[in-house]
Design a protein around this ligand. Structure first.
Ligand code: F6P
Length: 539
């Protein structure tokens, strides 16, 4: 047993979960009629209803006790102090500084980084302004109509998701995203574009990522084949922390938009990695995105833990994963514009907390991050919700619902809202056999046919969910929503005593890909395992 699972707080939670398993959510609403009002919290315009979680007041108290035992308040302080919380890489995790207003002081190793952040934001705004107004001309004198972000992981998922989420507000050049080393994606993206009116943004923190560099080289060739080498300076910019590699690639430092080692890839959309967002929606809206995230930062930093949104979300996740044995975590945004939200969140949570050793390097004996998956409602209702309602395992759901918007088709917007609320109610309430029997009898079914039909139509219910309401999906509330999930990830890492900010688990595959590629070019295959050698031989 580890220190954590043997601790008083953990054992008390286990016992309480056992006791509480005797009561269903329907029972809990009977015992605590106030819970629909009580089990809610609000911050930065977002409203969280967690009354449909299988918790009672005592469970929350014990979860807060666990948070205290794990020194959550201390970790939040250290995070916001710019301490080197990413200890395996000796770095701070200071993405909050990326959305700090001008003039605020936030230090890493004694250096105020907010001034640096705003210097880059100003340069980004200048470029975005020129591109958006048409003042920036390509090599042939034409304005830029299309921007292609070439990057992968955090250098792709965040800007891709935000550009999609705010597409209705986009009034700048069109944005396109290429991540996969599968040339089909680049070919398809560039096939529709005119090099003379296209800007390439090569986005890579390290500027060494195999996929990105392969795509960047191919895109550069596409450009120079059409316009000549001199066109690079008008059609190529870089977003990176690695100036030497950027210059080696042939992009001038003047065309590089930097960020810092204290920005993790999956936390980077707020930095110059978000350049494509700023070009699409403009510096003012990008500023609103940052302001929404900053409002959530302020809340996370200062709200008492029992009313703190990221803390509550994090603790409820721990409760479901570690004490109720949830099989995974589903996220269902009821907004088509959030169609890439889950992909972004998967990297955020699973790259951050997909760990099995604690901060001290010892193996953990408890589950860390569950698999995160999902898709937009209502589409997912017609795909995987069958399993959520009647499958053999419990998968808690986060329903995310922008309540405003939908002005173009108001009745459809009402249908969207009704579906979202109905799904969480159905998961909670279920439908017992007695009710099914009554309904089928009313339809005239009887005898063996009636008995055979009943079990298939029963819903166990008692399946937990959160509902997160946004007044509308604008830049400010989107920023707040994303920061909420970033901080929830951190809260869970603190409870699990793991480092959320490194990602050593992606390294082995990268190394092996180099060896396999070497073997494909005629290099030594002896070091590869027998299975991989056999597959290669077949290829
Ligand atoms: O997949 C691993 C990873 O290092 C991610 O953490 C990161 O977001 C992605 O690769 C891209 O890295 P880079 O921005 O350095 O190209």
């Amino acid at each position: 047993m580890s220190v954590l699972t043997d601790s008083h707080a953990w054992r008390a939670l286990r016992q309480h979960a056992e006791a509480l398993s005797q009561s269903s959510l329907n029972d809990l609403f009977g015992f605590e009629p106030q819970r629909a009002r009580q089990f809610t919290a609000e911050a930065a315009g977002l409203f969280l209803d967690y009354s449909k979680q299988r918790v009672d007041a005592r469970a929350l108290e014990l979860l807060l006790g666990l948070a205290q035992q794990q020194d959550l308040a201390g970790w939040i302080r250290r995070l916001f102090a710019g301490d080197l919380v990413n200890q395996t890489e000796g770095r701070a995790a200071y993405h909050m500084a990326l959305r700090a207003p001008r003039g605020l002081r936030m230090e890493v190793r004694g250096h105020d980084v907010v001034a640096d952040v705003h210097a880059v934001l100003d340069r980004m705004a200048a470029l975005a302004g020129e591109l958006r107004s048409g003042a920036w001309r390509g090599a042939t004198g034409r304005p830029i109509t299309d921007v292609v972000n070439i990057g992968i992981g955090g250098s792709d998922l965040g800007p891709r998701m935000v550009c999609r989420a705010l597409a209705a507000a986009a009034d700048g050049p069109r944005t396109h995203f290429v991540a996969n080393v599968d040339g089909a994606q680049l070919t398809q993206a560039l096939g529709r574009l005119d090099p003379a009116a296209t800007l390439l943004i090569i986005t890579s923190k390290t500027f060494t990522t195999l996929e990105t560099m392969a795509n960047a080289r191919a895109a550069r060739r596409w450009l120079t084949d059409a316009l000549g080498e001199a066109a690079v300076s008008r059609h190529c910019v870089a977003v990176s922390t690695n100036r030497a590699e950027v210059e080696k690639f042939g992009i001038d430092a003047e065309r590089m938009y930097g960020f810092w080692d204290w920005v993790g890839g999956r936390y980077s959309l707020w930095s110059s990695v978000g350049l494509s967002i700023m070009i699409a929606v403009g510096p003012a809206r990008f500023g609103e995105l940052l302001a929404g995230a900053h409002a959530m930062d302020q809340h996370f930093r200062s709200a008492p833990l029992p009313a703190n949104l990221p803390v509550l979300l994090g603790l409820l996740g721990v409760w479901n994963t570690n004490f109720l044995g949830a099989a995974s975590q589903v996220v269902a945004p009821y907004a088509q514009d959030l169609e890439y939200f889950v992909a972004w969140l998967q990297q955020l949570e699973m790259e951050s907390n997909g760990k099995s050793v604690n901060r001290q390097g010892l193996p953990v004996d408890y589950a860390t991050t569950p698999a995160i998956w999902g898709d937009v409602g209502t589409n997912s209702q017609h795909a995987f919700f069958q399993m959520l309602h009647q499958g053999s395992a419990v998968h808690p759901v986060d329903f995310i619902l922008p309540t405003g918007g939908g002005e173009a088709l108001p009745e459809q917007h009402r249908m969207l809202i009704a579906n979202c609320l109905a799904q969480s109610a159905a998961l909670m309430r279920g439908k017992p056999a007695i009710q099914v029997r009554g309904e089928l009898q009313a339809q005239g079914l009887q005898g063996d046919a009636l008995e055979a039909a009943i079990p298939h139509r029963v819903f166990s219910g008692n399946r937990p969910s959160n509902t997160i309401l946004l007044p509308r999906l604008d830049a400010f509330h989107l920023g707040a929503l994303l920061a909420l999930y970033e901080h929830r990830t951190f809260v869970q890492s603190v409870i699990w005593n793991i480092n959320a900010f490194d990602q050593w688990g992606v390294e082995l595959g990268k190394q092996l890909a180099q060896s396999v590629l070497g073997a494909m070019h005629g290099g030594d295959a002896a070091a590869l395992d027998a299975s991989t050698r056999a597959l290669l031989a077949r290829l």
